[in-house]
Design a protein around this ligand. Structure first.
Ligand code: MN
Length: 202
């Protein structure tokens, strides 16, 4: 039996990122939207398995496009939940140690990084902004993902990611995405982001 994708539990309670992300907003995002991508990816694998068993041809272009979208949605949401933490548990503030150093080396200062990252949140349509690490060049860079799977740099690992789909903030902020982005700085789990960098830098 092949493994299937599963919805991970959040590392905090639904109300704990409030007032930056409300309980209602977080709950619907996790249990409906993220779950939808998990279900979508699993269904596609079922479809692929069935087609092989019965030796039926699939529309490969459409199937793989949909699979990329759903797996991307699942993977990005899983990273996103983990790179946030309630303020009382250390969310927000500024990065320290090797990550602070790497940000300073690449962007000049944390403030400059913050400015560039905030500007990257104007992704066209639905998407994500990430702070990523390029293993090839040992550099940090911002990756702006459209949908869940477009504009990805294949050599990069994601250190920190922010969901910029309307479903991530609309209940709390309506059309004011910039306010949601401002709030996000208060719940970033820099410790987790540092850990991710540590596992990548050899
Ligand atoms: Mn989302």
């Amino acid at each position: 039996m092949n493994q299937i994708y599963e919805l991970p539990e959040l590392p905090y309670g639904y109300s704990e990122l409030s007032p930056f992300i409300s309980e209602e907003q977080l709950k619907i995002h996790h249990t409906k939207h993220h779950q939808g991508y998990v279900n979508g990816a699993n269904k596609l694998f079922e479809k692929i398995d069935k087609s092989r068993k019965k030796n039926i041809d699939l529309d490969m272009k459409a199937t793989l496009k949909e699979l990329s979208f759903n797996i991307g949605g699942h993977v990005l949401h899983s990273l996103f939940w983990k790179n946030m933490a309630p303020e009382k548990n250390g969310g927000g503030g500024e990065p320290s140690s090797a990550l602070a150093e790497a940000i300073k080396n690449e962007f000049g200062s944390f403030e400059r990084f913050k400015k560039e990252f905030s500007a990257s949140t104007g992704v066209e349509g639905s998407g994500w902004s990430t702070l990523s690490y390029d293993k090839k060049t040992d550099r940090l860079l911002i990756m702006q993902i459209e949908k869940h799977n477009t504009n990805i740099y294949p050599s990069c690992e994601i250190l920190m990611v922010l969901d910029l789909w309307e479903h991530a903030y609309y209940l709390d902020y309506q059309n004011e995405k910039a306010k949601f982005v401002e709030g996000f700085w208060n719940v970033i789990n820099w410790e987790e982001v540092e850990k991710r960098l540590e596992t990548m830098v050899k």
